[in-house]
Design a protein around this ligand. Structure first.
Ligand code: WQD
Length: 337
């Protein structure tokens, strides 16, 4: 019988693509999402891709008794925890909301899992824990640096909470450190749905190309990099989704009653902002209006992943190129006209 997996934040960008990957790997995903940063229309997109409705609780995760009853009623055997606020800038303006939501929901979730004897947890972490690394690529042993944002601190503290619980209670957990997720499902049924002005590069690029934004401002052209713009490790969201399935399967294989580890999820290569923009122009077949503006506070100069550990232990590595991710992102954007 296929296993039921609770996906918190499963209507979000990475969560919804992971729901597809889970279902396509024979798991039964169940979503809990309060739609504070996602749209109910995602559920229709999932139905069109998977040919069936995915059960969804339109609820906040910070509810112990609700989580316990969902785990019990659906005989959940593992949890993938995406639900969190994730806007770096907003986190600096509303620190308490970020600590309460991101850490409160994590603690409540683990409490409910332990109360129901569920031992497998996959946690959505971020490469932001590495701060500004001295010598990229970063491995999982690269020192974690003091967070440069409240959002980043909630990811660091979240990892520490899970690590400490795994040392005291029967919990098998994996923290996945994402680099920069981009793209969309090739069907264009689901994709990134930024609210308001996009913080992230790729949705800003596609909205500019679609004429919804006047021009892209590249934040800084005087960095010590090949072309003066920042370098990042962009990973197709479907590759990222499939990594969650690999991590969950790896976690189920752990025979010890306690286990904790972290894995980098990236392509293993760095691309500058300008390289990404020019690659996108080849796909859209038109010049992208942009200007070079001032640096953005808190931006890391260059970070990309060493993904050897994920390859060796999870048997996972990216299969899709940045070009494919940009092509899928553009197809998704064009759906909105
Ligand atoms: C990428 C590059 C910008 C917008 C953030 C979070 C990280 C993770 C991914 C959640 C940078 C430049 C961007 C624009 C630009 N989120 N840029 N003009 O900052 O690497 O990571 O999203 O886990 O935690 O910090 O991603 O897409 O915002 O920026 O020039 O309009 O694009 O300066 O160099 P970032 P990003």
């Amino acid at each position: 019988m296929s296993q039921n997996i609770l996906v918190t934040g499963g209507a979000g960008f990475i969560g919804s693509h992971t729901v597809v990957a889970l279902a396509e790997s024979g798991f039964n995903p169940i979503i809990i999402d309060d739609f504070s940063n996602s749209e109910p229309s995602v559920l229709a997109g999932l139905r069109n891709i998977l040919g069936r409705d995915i059960p969804c609780y339109a609820q906040d995760c910070n509810q112990f008794s609700l989580l316990r009853s969902i785990i019990r009623d659906h005989q959940i055997s593992g949890v993938i925890h995406f639900a969190a606020f994730k806007a770096v800038g907003e986190s600096m303006e509303e620190p308490l909301a970020y600590y309460r939501n991101n850490l409160g929901s994590l603690i409540t979730l683990i409490d409910a899992m332990l109360a129901e004897g569920i031992t497998n947890l996959i946690f959505s972490s971020s490469c932001t824990v590495y701060g500004n690394p001295d010598n990229p690529p970063v491995t999982e042993l690269t020192p974690v640096k003091p967070a440069t944002s409240v959002y980043g601190n909630t990811k660091q503290i979240g990892e520490e909470i899970i690590r400490d619980v795994c040392a005291a209670k029967p919990l098998k957990a994996i923290s996945l450190r994402y680099f920069n997720p981009v793209g969309a499902h090739p069907s264009a049924e689901i994709g990134e749905l930024p609210r308001g002005i996009p913080n992230n590069l790729v949705p800003y690029v596609t909205q500019t190309a679609a004429g919804l934004r006047k021009q892209l401002t590249i934040f800084g052209g005087d960095y010590p990099t090949t072309d003066g713009t920042c370098i990042r490790d962009y990973i197709h969201v479907m590759d990222l989704a499939e990594a969650h399935v690999a991590a969950l399967q790896f976690s189920f294989q752990q025979k010890e009653s306690v286990y904790y580890d972290t894995f980098n999820l990236g392509s293993g290569q760095g691309n500058s902002v300008l390289e990404l923009v020019h690659q996108f122009e080849k796909i859209s077949k038109k010049p992208l209006p942009y200007q070079i503006g001032p640096r953005r506070e808190g931006d890391v100069v260059a970070v990309w992943a060493d993904v050897q550990k994920s390859k060796e232990l999870l048997g996972w590595s990216t299969r899709r190129s940045l070009e494919e991710a940009l092509r899928d992102a553009w197809r998704w954007q064009q759906k909105f006209g």
